[in-house]
Design a binder for this molecule. Structure first.
Ligand code: FES
Length: 124
């Protein structure tokens, strides 16, 4: 299942809307999806690191490249080891079943298969 997520501070429980490609988007009021065409800022709220994520990188890859210690295992969206809460921003997540719908509803993402569409803040 392919998901497009948006979680803004205090708005992590946006409305699920169908997308043309069959996935879902979650967005707060006033937010719109946009294709990622340039590097985005990724801030890890717990460690305090901020790194740049290129369009060809996942959040996990960008964090690791910036020296941020992040949990991972399968790296393809199946195991759930890299699950983290998206505190703000919007990502394109293309997982392989490693996250439950109820976790997505609570604002969680898998960093190994998510690419930022905006600057994002991750609870890690
Ligand atoms: S590392 Fe397995 S789902 Fe991300």
């Amino acid at each position: 299942m392919h998901d497009l997520l948006d979680a803004s501070p205090g708005r992590a429980r946006g409305h699920a809307l169908p997308l043309p490609h069959g996935g879902l988007t979650r967005r707060g009021r006033g937010h719109h999806s946009a294709p990622m065409t340039s590097a985005k800022s990724v801030t890890f709220s717990v460690s305090g690191h901020t790194v740049a994520c290129r369009p060809d990188q996942t959040l996990l890859e960008a964090g690791e490249a910036g020296g941020v210690p992040l949990p991972s295992n399968c790296r393809d969206g199946t195991c759930g080891k890299c699950r983290a809460r998206l505190l703000s921003g919007q990502v394109d997540m293309r997982h392989q079943g490693g996250i439950l719908p109820r976790h997505i509803e609570r604002g969680y993402i898998l960093t190994c298969c998510s690419r930022p569409l905006t600057d994002v803040v991750i609870e890690r």
